[in-house]
Design a binder for this molecule. Structure first.
Ligand code: FES
Ligand SMILES: [Fe+2]
Length: 392
């Protein structure tokens, strides 16, 4: 692993300087190359070890904007464990295991808002803090300890616009616990993304899609700009640069900056007047399986959920500022063009990832080759290997 890890990322002005220098020189940020064995995408034992390790570390669960008000709730399966998040009357976001304490029915389906959580099966009812408020025909359960039978909470923290969960499996050793704590710190110290995410406080939509791909192929999809010209010929390439990125690793995470051609307009302006928001896309890879991507009118939080060795669920939370949300609701045509472009670009990316997944079984390669311009992918695999190694 060669990409140097820093505790944070560069200021916007410094990022612009680096991009303009790369445009002038025809260069891009470079790091170490990486070769990932094809076997690591196909071996059932490896997948099981990954899943077990992933359950022993924290991860981003959902953006805060997905549940802004008391009673708002949203479910998601996290590393095979069904969970949901709900905001209480006290304003706190809590994450619970998504199973009724009667016979385990999944309490929350999809997302919604409710004063209380009522199980559809027999009607057991829970308050927003997880305590039981009502058991129909309670006399039929003479031994039931109602106070002790609340929903089972998962350790979580909400900060800088994200709800982050702790391990969903117990940490077996002190050193494992310390590693999990350090990983939690890397997802809750939000200074690299806070000012990009927090203004986008309005959820526009949530969309989950099943994808016939290994979760790591999907992660790789977001982490390089080497494919812009070939893959996105008529979508992103006309407005972006091919193979020109700023790549910054911070702890286990990475930020990749994709500049738009309008960044060159800044050359004639003093640095004090530089604005970056509509001139780059920042993709923050929040290790292991979440991407936070900024666009001129929206921010996406994308969770990539391993389902089995060659299937994943991708959930996109699209958010925007209150001002843009107002435009979308009153004049949807105004922003439709940009959103349509993004949707077509995503189709193109998924087509490529499906092709990579199919190629894994062709027997042509013993490893996938990632060049020096794709170093964020190397950082991802190196971090994954390191965590697998220390969780043995
Ligand atoms: S399983 Fe929920 S009330 Fe029976
Ligand atoms: Fe792409």
């Amino acid at each position: 692993m060669g990409t140097p890890t820093k505790s944070s990322v560069a200021e916007d002005v410094e990022v612009v300087r680096r991009i303009l220098a790369h445009i002038d020189a025809g260069t891009t940020d470079e790091g170490d190359a990486w070769r990932e064995p094809v076997e690591n995408y196909l071996d059932q034992g490896r997948f099981s070890r990954e899943l077990e390790m992933l359950r022993r570390f924290p991860s981003v669960y959902a953006p805060s904007a997905a549940i802004p008000h008391a009673g708002d709730h949203i479910e998601r399966v996290s590393f095979g464990v069904p969970l949901f998040a709900v905001r209480g009357h006290d304003g706190r976001a809590r994450v619970f295991r998504n199973a009724c304490r009667h016979r385990g029915f999944a309490l929350v389906e999809g997302h919604g808002c409710a004063h209380a959580l009522v199980c559809r099966y027999h009607g057991w009812t829970y308050r927003l803090d997880g305590t039981v408020s009502h058991v129909p025909h309670a006399d039929a359960f003479p031994d039931l300890d109602v106070a002790g039978r609340g929903l089972v909470e998962v350790d979580s923290r909400e900060t800088d616009g994200l709800i982050v969960i702790g391990p969903v499996l117990d940490c077996p050793t002190d050193s494992q616990r310390m590693r999990a704590d350090a990983a939690m710190a890397s997802l809750t110290e939000g200074s690299p993304w806070r000012d990009k995410l927090l203004p986008a406080e309005r959820l526009v939509y949530v969309e989950s899609t099943a994808r016939p791909m290994n979760w790591k192929v999907l992660v790789e999809q977001f982490l390089e700009g080497y494919h812009i010209r070939s893959t996105h010929k008529t979508t992103f390439y006309p407005i972006q640069y091919d193979d020109l990125n700023v790549i910054e690793a911070f702890g286990p995470n990475t930020r990749i900056t994709f500049p738009y051609k309008n960044i060159e307009r800044l050359r004639d302006r003093p640095e004090s007047a530089w604005t970056i928001g509509r001139r780059v896309t920042f993709v923050y890879h929040l290790f292991p399986n979440v991407m936070l991507a900024t666009f001129p009118d929206q921010v996406l939080v994308v969770t990539i959920e391993p389902v089995d060795i060659d299937h994943s669920t991708v959930t996109i939370y699209a958010m925007t500022t209150p001002a843009v949300a107002e435009v979308i609701s009153t004049a949807p045509g105004e922003t439709a063009g940009a959103r349509g472009l993004l949707a077509v670009g995503a189709l193109e990316d998924n087509e490529m990832s499906e092709g990579v997944q199919r190629g894994l079984r062709a027997g042509a390669n013993t490893f996938l080759e990632f060049g020096t311009h794709e170093s964020a992918i190397g950082h991802f695999h190196a971090t994954l290997d390191e965590r697998l190694e220390c969780s043995r």
